[in-house]
Ligand binder design. Structure first.
Ligand SMILES: *[C@@H]1O[C@H](CO)[C@@H](O)[C@H](O)[C@H]1NC(C)=O
Ligand SMILES: *[C@@H]1O[C@H](CO)[C@@H](O)[C@H](O)[C@H]1NC(C)=O
Length: 182
């Protein structure tokens, strides 16, 4: 059988290329910012990016550090909101509004005192299920607070704050999901 040199060359190329492992453009992945990568996995990418911006130049950041910083931001926001609510309760002349605000204070107090600190603690211990359960509940409490104003004549003075707490909580839950996947 006469061998066609071009055929042999082609055969060599085919064999060689099948031996070369397929290298996608993975080289860049290590450099791709972890924050960018993680925030893409969350429901509010730009809020995630802006919240994590202050720690974007921190060395040795890992997903756990990001989750912790995000959860701490929720705690700060919830604490700030609770203080704001307590200030409004003292000022409002509207009894219906005052009642809705008092309900919100009762919702936010355990969030600030127990749920979030316990979730942050659980995160550091790697107890992701417990942390996630608590943080998801924080988002629900913010929603419940907001709904308390729906029957009242005055508009909710907490809409933006409640939404922010809700959205930040959703981001933490999404980051914990990434952590839990390993
Ligand atoms: C609440 O969250 C926002 C968004 O990340 C952040 O910019 C702000 O500093 C937080 N508020 C407090 C009191 O930490
Ligand atoms: C929170 O998310 C909702 C959409 O679910 C959006 O309409 C709202 O603007 C967001 N608010 C904040 C403060 O991030």
């Amino acid at each position: 059988m006469k061998k066609n040199p071009i055929f042999l060359l082609l055969l060599q190329i085919i064999i060689l290329s099948s031996l070369i492992p397929i290298t996608k453009c993975d080289d860049n992945d290590d450099d791709e910012d972890l924050i960018t990568k993680i925030c893409k996995e969350t429901p509010f990418e730009s809020l995630c990016l802006s919240t994590l911006q202050p720690i974007s130049n921190l060395p040795n950041t890992d997903t756990k550090v990001l989750a912790n910083f995000m959860a701490t931001t929720v705690l700060k926001n919830a604490t700030d909101t609770l203080n704001y609510i307590e200030g409004l309760i003292k000022e409002t002349p509207d009894p219906q509004q005052e009642r809705a605000l008092a309900v919100c204070a009762e919702l936010y107090i355990p969030v600030v005192k127990y749920e979030l600190p316990q979730a942050i603690e659980a995160l550091s211990r790697g107890q992701f299920g417990f942390a996630k359960y608590n943080i998801a509940d924080v988002g629900k409490q913010a929603d419940t607070c907001e709904k308390g104003f729906s029957g009242s004549s005055a508009k909710s003075p907490l809409t933006d704050r409640n939404k922010l707490v809700r959205n930040l909580s959703d981001i933490v839950v999404a980051i914990i999901n990434v952590l839990a996947k390993g």
